[in-house]
Structure formats: structure tokens, C-alpha cells
Design a protein around this ligand. Sequence first.
Ligand code: HAM
Length: 420
Amino acid sequence: MSTFKAPKGTYDLIPPQSATYLAVREAIAAPLRKSGYGYIETPGFENIELFARGVGESTDIVTKEMYAFETKGGDQLALRPEGTASVLRAALEANLHKGGNLPVKLWYSGSYYRYERPQKGRYRHFSQVGAEAIGAEDPALDAELIILAVDAYKSLGLSNFRLLLNSLGDAECRPAYRGALQDFLRGLDLDEDTRRRVDINPLRVLDDKREAVQRQLTGAPVLRDHLCEACKAYHEQVRELLTAAGVAFEDDEKLVRGLDYYTRTTFEFVHDGLGSQSAVGGGGRYDGLSEMIGGPALPSVGWALGVDRTVLALEAEGITLDTPAATAVYAVPLGEEARRELFGTVTELRRAGVATDFAYGGKGLKNAMKSANRSGARLAIVAGERDLAEGIVQLKDLVSGEQRAVARDAVVEEVRRALG
Ligand code: HAM
């Protein structure tokens, strides 16, 4: 061990478990790639104002959880706590919305940073795969994204997840609801912090996890009763499209999400094997975000799925992903001369596309065969000077234990045949 440890709330991805993370990222991205989403990558930090305006001045993410810093040049930056604001900023900056081809559909994968109280499933550095469809108002687009997330989870073999669905209304109907909710909340017995929240962001109070608060919320006005006709019709269409696609959902009128940019459709995927950090993914429509960060009106929708929590969900369901072995063939030279020659064969196999590794460091046969077995390789190639002088190598099947001599200049072919 060194003097240093990974910072609090972070952890390292280490083989062999790291292969599962790669496979999860790949499984979430696969349905997006096949549905017209292009890959986008944005910086790990942005101007702090982007998140303050985009995610919301009064959210926990902005007030408590952001890694904010001033550069030597005096710029006020923050490590990105989420991806949506950055992706929209980048799309606007590159004028992607002016190509006459809306919606602009983008997907991304990367690290995000929130200064939260660490616990199982909640980290200060975590990983998301996300998707954003920018510049179209169409219930089918909301449904598409939700279906793609469901398909991604299913392709991983997950089944104990649920989809919670809500509509948060729009600029037309939400203000009236907000007022009605404030009137109700002001009549309750709440602490000072929560009362302040009632003034700034009353919908967040519905999300308060404390029992004493939840008890008082019975009878609070619900947004569903305040939705305008347009929002109601839109939501109904999203629900119908999901039902037609065989996607089960639960209407959850208390689902408010922790970011302020949402309008209309909002949703969250929760997994029942994860305890308190049960949200494995979430998203929704954000029709006003572009204007909030200085762009034109661009109604949009998206989601982000947490990679760390998806891996925990796999563990909770006892699912082991079939990740391909990193090594298919392991080469073991016997002696100095053989080492030089066999190394050439390793390079040849690799160039032919066969995942091959080599017994480095002058190991004896016994040790080298142990390494071969540990590597997960299906085959070992063993060769001493005499073999090589005769133009052969020994090809050993590490599963059956069978061994036979093959011509050295036919190794690639023989290995391919043996691997099937
Ligand atoms: P979010 O709900 O804040 O949404 O995060 C999405 C997912 O990221 C969560 O469901 C969770 O799985 C994972 N996540 C969040 N915080 C942590 C943490 N501290 N540790 C581990 N995992 C975490 C967003 O970020 C929105 N940008 C989603 C979106 C995209 N909405 C529209 N487009």
C-alpha cells in the first residue's frame, strides 16, 4: 500500500470487475447507437454559471454539492455535476440545432462529480451514460428514450427495476400549481430551512424524505389536478405509447427530481435491491433549459443512467455478465532462445486479431502455466528450443488438457480453428 488512498467517496475500477463497468456502458449505449444518437463528449468542467442557471440556483446540486473553483486566470468553474446543461451548451455552441434536422440526438458517457455524503451507491465521483434529444416536442420522442433505457436494462438481464412516471406541467400551468402548493405548505409546521424552500422551490418539499414532513403532506394539492389541457394530452400520449410498447410504469405524482429544468414528462428508474440509493436512472423533458442558458426555444428530452448503480443492481440480482476473456492464447517459452522466437509468434497472433499474452519475466514452466490458467486463456502455446528447431510449437488446450504439436508457420490458422 502507498501513503495515499482514493479520496473519500471515490473508488477505483480494477480488473476483473472493471470489465463489468465497460460492458454496462456498452449495453446502455447500444440501443442509442441504433436509434440515431450520435456520440458527444464535453469537458469535465464548465463555467459555474451554466450549472447555476441550468440546474437551478436553489437545488442541492448547485448550493451544496458542486466542486467549484477559481482558476489561476480568475475563471469561475465547476466540475460537472450532470451532463444535460453541458450537452445543450455544446450543441448550441456548434449550432447543431441550425442544421435543419431536429431533433439533434446525442449520447454521452463519462464521469460526474457531486460533493454528497458518501454511502453505498452514492459517490462523489460517479459515472453516467446519458442521451439527449434536442429541439422537438413530440410524445413519441419521450417514449423512445424511455423504451431505449428499458431495453438497455433488459439486455443486461435486469428485471427488478420499476419505472416511475410523472408530468411536471409547463410554464402555463405550473405557476398556478406552485402558488396553490405554497398556500398549503405555509399552513404546516415546518422548520426554517424548509420554510425557505417553500418560498424558493416548493415542489422540492414534496420530495422531503423526513417522516415528520411526509406525514403533513397528506392532502397537499397534486400537480395532476392542475395540469393544463395541452400538458394532460401530451402526458396521455406518452403513457399510451409506452403501454403500446409493452413498457410498464407507475404513475408517481410525487416524483419531482433534483434538478430544476424539468417540464412535462419526468421519470425515474428505481431498483428494488439497492436500499436507499435506489434510483438507477432518471430524466425528463426540459423545454425551457435552452432559453435559460441564453439559447433559442428548443424543447428537449433526455435521461442519464448511473453506471455505478446499474452494476450494483446486477450484483443485487446475482447477474454475472458474460464478458469476453481478455486473453485467448497464452504463450510460454522454455529458455532464452525460445523466448525471442516465441515473442515473434505472439506479435503475429495479435496482428491476426487473436488476444494473446506472453509469460514475461523468465518464469519457470510451472509458474508460467499457472499464469496461463489465471489469464483465462483457452489455449497455451509452449515451445522450447528443440521444438522451434523442428519448426513446431506445442498447442495445449487449457480446458481439456490435450496437447499436440503444430507447425509453427501454421500457428495462426491452428489457433483460430482450436478457438472455433
Ligand atoms: P440525476 O437523476 O441527477 O439526473 O442522475 C442520473 C443518475 O445518475 C441517477 O439516477 C443515479 O443512478 C446516478 N447518480 C446521480 N448521483 C449519483 C451519485 N452521487 N453516486 C452514484 N450515482 C449517482 C441527471 O443527472 C440528469 N442530467 C438526467 C437527464 C438527462 N435529464 C435530462 N436529460
